[in-house]
Design a binder for this molecule. Structure first.
Ligand code: C5P
Length: 398
């Protein structure tokens, strides 16, 4: 992607080097456009060496190339980090007296501004008004982080970390078509205890559910991920609830269902559980050569949720999954349509797990059928498929 990084004249200008590094290492082309004052803090040579592009601040060199318009027109994404109070004032009033100002007026690319300054300057009514003007114009302005500033003082004004700035910038490229929506997603495979050390489980890794959680968050949704045996997640972009067995998963789904706009049941739920779980480890010497486990059916959590949604007249969109050993695409599609009806959900995503395919892998291939009668097939990374599932969710919500 062609990214322009504007750097303005504050002490945090040296941190632009980390941003350039991370972007170029991720394969992006980075054109740095510093202001004159930024070059008092960091040298053009450093910026050129890291970005592999010539760095210029001057409007009046290479005019034949119409550089001031070209950089803005070519950019797919613009990040300004750090942005000083003075820069915010110039940008808010549309001043184009240097290369960066011109670039910003000539671009149609999304712009992320990451301010850094002393707390007093950030909180000054002039800066507050400039930030409000820019935000009202569709410019994304990050709030600075709190902490130690250049002098002895602490407070809001620090430049956020490079990866935070980059994540916020890339979010601008994603449609916010799930903004304000609450999505509950289950992921992973439940485990039904036999005794304190053994269980009946399945091969689900939780990768598809996790990909849906992250993609939904990127599209603006507030996500609760109910994870069955997929590890712990803290500091993630979603609320995380950890469960082990079907009963715990059902309880978590029931707790979160009434507030949810969407329920995605990507978890592989055990259909049966052991009726009498042994409270001590079963020993072969005591049992002999045969063991009979009496299994009883778990409730169908998705069907129960669909029943409750209709009884309580909720408008929750429901997505079910089906892992089938279909053998052919046509059979998979037929099984998907049948399961859509038996589960009563709005969308059903089926994949063919014959010969150990898909479980634990980063790619998948699915048939997606909807209650409104559409059927589509998708193949690619679980992240790609997550977005296609969410496209169908957005359509169903509408
Ligand atoms: O019937 P089957 O297990 O193939 O259905 C799969 C779908 O139903 C998945 O969405 C899964 O999360 C859900 N399910 C459930 N409760 C069960 C079994 C499956 O909600 N006991």
């Amino acid at each position: 992607m062609r990214i322009v990084l504007g750097v303005t004249g504050g002490i945090a200008a040296y941190k632009a080097t980390t941003i350039i590094r991370q972007l170029t290492e991720a394969g992006h082309s980075v054109q740095v456009v510093p202001t004159q004052n930024a070059l008092r803090f960091i040298g053009a040579t450093t910026l050129e060496a890291l970005s592999h592009h010539i760095v210029d601040t001057d409007l009046y060199s290479d005019v034949a190339d119409v550089k001031h318009v070209q950089i803005g027109q070519n950019a797919e994404l613009i990040i300004i980090a750090p942005a000083t109070a003075s820069f915010l004032a110039r940008y808010a009033s549309g001043l184009a007296d240097d290369l960066l100002g011109n670039t910003l007026l000539a671009t149609k690319a999304p712009v992320l501004v990451a301010p850094a300054m002393h707390t007093e300057m950030w909180q000054h009514p002039a800066t507050v008004a400039n930030v409000a003007t820019l935000r009202a114009r569709g410019v994304a302005v990050l709030d600075p982080a709190s902490g130690r500033l250049t002098g002895q003082d602490t407070g809001p004004g620090r430049l956020p970390e490079a990866d935070e700035i980059i994540a916020a910038a890339f979010k601008l490229l994603v449609p916010q078509d799930l903004a304000g929506r609450k999505i509950v997603i289950t992921a992973g495979g439940t485990q039904e205890a036999i005794d304190p050390v053994r269980y009946i489980g399945n091969k689900s890794s939780g990768k598809q559910g996790l990909a849906i959680a992250r993609a939904a968050n990127a599209r603006g949704a507030q996500v609760t991920l109910i994870g069955a045996n997929i590890g712990e997640f803290s500091g993630e972009v979603f609320d995380f609830v950890s469960v082990v067995n079907a009963a715990e998963l059902q309880e978590a789904v029931e707790t979160h269902l009434s507030a949810a706009d969407v329920l995605v049941m990507a978890a592989a739920v055990s259909d049966y559980r052991v009726q009498e779980v042994s409270d001590h480890k079963l020993k072969r010497g005591e049992i002999g050569d045969e063991i009979n486990l009496h299994l009883v059916a778990n409730p169908d959590i998705l069907r129960a949720a669909v029943t409750r949604i209709s009884a309580e007249k909720l408008s929750t969109v429901t997505v079910g999954f089906a892992a089938e050993t279909a053998g052919s695409h046509q059979t998979l599609l037929t099984l998907a349509k049948t399961k859509l009806t038996t589960k009563g959900c709005d969308i059903l995503v089926a994949n063919d797990v014959s010969a150990g395919a898909i479980f634990g892998q980063d790619t998948t291939s699915v048939a997606l059928v909807t209650r409104s009668g559409s059927s589509e097939s998708f193949e690619g990374t679980k992240t790609f498929v997550a977005d296609r599932i969410l496209d169908a969710v957005v359509t169903a919500l509408a």
